[in-house]
Write a protein that binds this ligand. Structure first.
Ligand code: PHB
Length: 370
């Protein structure tokens, strides 16, 4: 048997991203079961709740690394929490597999040999949508997002690409993160602007409220809604219901992607969890896949795991997936999808409109390759 590897799962189990934490954990457990079938006893998992709060996330990372002596930490959903942990994991030399948080800096100017990201970067998911919207004849857009790192980075990347393609952002709102219940005043500003469409980043509980209020405000007809794919994630699109119909968004994963690895993943995930997987589940699943591969190649302590993780490459449910050694960020295809009603009446589903080429971030100040 391979040496034991202690994994600290550091996720939100409370707060607006609680459902995302549970989903990443379900994907991670399925990944260990699927790929680690021969080495089941190798991985010992301890979980901690970040509560989506940067200081709590940092304290829990310290607990996992120093008290539990985790060999690797997997998780972190919020870009704010990732920013708070960065110096600790880098200084302590504990590998962190980022299984969601898109914070660009963590694989850019603040990159580390101990941080590898198997989810996405905030700019990676949104950058392709700039040209995509212009190609659809949309040149004036109003943007909205929660007022924290991920909101600013996701919208910033979209805006830069949209302007480079000839578009204009005619108005922007950043709404108080985790505190906004009523989007009405912000939606009124979008309505009175001369935008042709609205482009947003919202996720988790905030995405559900936003999509429902957008529809009940009567905006969808005249002001089509676009965004990064978290807006209408398969994790909660059925809580949004018909309000999500027609929303067009970009993501690295939807359960309707057509490839053999995804067909196997969807079937196994449904059997284990009685629901379709989402982009959050796939990040947990692929993180487990990478860890099992690293362990099979002989890695078991912090340094050897960090090294092995940064050279990961495999075909997974999202397509060809690899880690860019120049940044330790993932390189992966991006999919543009529309939320539509399933023909069989089972609820909302994702119609893939475009499969875009693998998206690789620029190094953004990361010096890993030097
Ligand atoms: C982030 O904070 O980086 C974040 C959170 C939830 C998402 C995407 C990004 O769905």
């Amino acid at each position: 048997m391979a040496d034991e590897i202690k994994v600290g799962l550091l996720l939100p189990y409370s707060g607006v991203y609680a459902a995302l934490g549970g989903e990443i954990e379900a994907g991670f457990n399925l990944g260990l079961a699927t790929f680690g079938a021969q080495t089941d006893d190798t991985f010992v998992v301890v979980t901690e709740d970040t509560e989506v709060k940067p200081p709590v996330g940092l304290a829990k990372a310290k607990k996992l690394a120093l008290q539990d002596k985790a060999d690797v930490i997997v998780g972190v959903v919020s870009s704010g929490v990732l920013g708070a942990l960065r110096d600790f994991v880098d200084g302590a030399g504990v590998p962190l597999i980022v299984a969601n948080a898109g914070n660009d800096a963590a694989t850019g100017e603040d990159c580390s040999p101990f941080i590898t990201r198997f989810s996405f970067s905030n700019s990676q998911v949104n950058r392709p949508m700039g040209q995509y919207l212009v190609d659809q004849g949309i040149t004036k857009v109003f943007t909205m997002a929660p007022d924290y790192a991920a909101g600013h980075q996701q919208i910033g990347a979209f805006k830069a690409a949209f302007e480079a393609a000839g578009g204009e952002v005619v108005g922007q709102e950043f709404t108080p993160f985790q505190k906004t219940q009523d989007f009405g005043p912000y939606l009124a500003n979008a309505k009175s602007s001369d935008a042709q469409a609205v482009y947003v980043f919202y996720a988790g509980g905030e995405a559900i409220s936003y999509v429902k209020q957008y529809d009940s405000f009567g905006l969808k007809e005249n002001l089509p809604l676009f965004g990064s794919g978290f807006l209408t994630s398969s994790l909660y699109v059925n809580a949004e219901g018909p309000a999500a119909e027609g929303v067009i968004a970009s993501s690295y994963y939807v359960p309707t992607i057509d490839n053999p690895e995804n067909a196997a993943f969807v079937e196994a995930y449904k059997a284990a969890n009685n629901r379709l997987p989402s982009e959050f589940a796939v990040a947990g699943y692929d993180a487990a896949h990478a860890l099992v591969l690293a362990s099979a190649n002989g890695a078991s302590d912090r340094a050897s795991l960090a090294k092995a993780l940064s050279t990961s490459s495999f075909d997974g449910p999202r397509g060809a997936t690899s880690i860019d050694p120049a940044t330790n960020n993932i390189v992966q295809p991006i999919y543009v999808y529309e939320t539509v009603s399933a023909a069989d009446g089972s609820g909302m589903t994702q119609k893939v409109l475009a499969s875009l080429a693998p998206e690789q971030d620029p190094v953004n100040g990361c010096t890993l390759a030097n």
